[in-house]
Design a protein around this ligand. Sequence first.
Ligand code: LLP
Length: 414
Amino acid sequence: MNHLHRIDGRLFLEEVSLEDLAREYGTPLYVYSQAALTESFQSYERALAGLPHLICYAVKANGNLAILQHFARLGAGFDIVSGGELARVIKAGGQASKIVFSGVGKTEPEMRAALDVGIRCFNVESESELARLSRLAKEMGKIAPVSFRVNPDVDPKTHPYISTGLKQNKFGIPIDQAPKLYLQAADLPGIEVVGVDCHIGSQLIDLAPIADALDRVLNLVDALKSLGIELRHIDIGGGIGIRYRDETPPDMAAYRDILISRFKGRSQEIIVEPGRSLVGNAGLLLTRVEYVKSGDSKNFVVVDAAMNDLMRPALYDAFHDIVPVLDSGDLGMTCDVVGPVCETGDFIGLERSLAVKEGSLLAVLSAGAYGMSMSSNYNSRPRAAEVLLNKNEIRLIRERESIEGLMAGEWLVY
Ligand code: LLP
């Protein structure tokens, strides 16, 4: 993780001691480094330098208003998938004209809200969605800018739950059916065809599928040109994978080479929708050990964070490194780090080697993406607080939920 270091065995993110943070804000606590957010954004800017482009941060990775605000200030656009994400981006100061709207199930109110503020593009995923959008835009006296999300049938070589570009996935329009739909769209009222879009999956560690998908999309772009349809932008979908354990994420220079070789001589703007690689290694989850339980066959370290705070281990068997905030130098024991939720799947990490005792603090690393944004209130657990660090400055960017707050909006019936 970036900007994480030790001073006399104590863990710091930027210039802030994690022990101090736990004392002040409690645990579980999500902690983010602003410098890391800026650096990851700039690495995409460098990869795309010299090519017309727009980096649209995928809000689903982490939708905290302060994080959106930070990316907006860096000049980012946003990739949204719901009316809720649209409202967040606007509230955080994002520009509507830099928003692309993805997703297979856009509702009428969501489409209306997006037409109202004037987003850059709807990434349309079906013929029915196109018909609905055309009707609504016409009713509202607006023109909806449209890009079709095509499914290139490429194996992204990632976890099956986060693969999206295969024939059997629910996403996009089969690439061979796209020309027919483009021609249809060109004649529909309220629709302006502006681009093409493709997203094959997340946590991509291999660049070959990205290049392969891009080549298929560029063939389509050329075929469309010969049909008289000229596109203004090509959206290449999400970003590259990150290191959680021992993965070797793609090198940004190699990523740039792929883009330069494919886009040299083309006039279209490149849109990219990275989420994980912008925030994943900028954040960690701080948690405290409640109990150490030694069973017959296993040791369990029961912490105060659970699957409701960080769902990725339970849902994808995902690995997050777990390190003690105070490094005692002891060898430690092999243990499962588990939460208090009543499910065997409620673990943060299995078979880890850790020297901890009750009251120790642990940092669960690389938790900035799809951590807080996928959290829930399962077991009536209030969601964690979030802080954003800038050097030695600490900003509380989301307060811890209260138990009273969890019950607001529910009614007794007698
Ligand atoms: N664009 C679209 C249309 C997407 O569906 C996604 C992610 C992205 C962009 C951002 O992809 P990224 O740069 O983050 O790879 N919850 C899962 C990840 C689900 C990703 C879904 N789509 C996880 O925790 O691994």
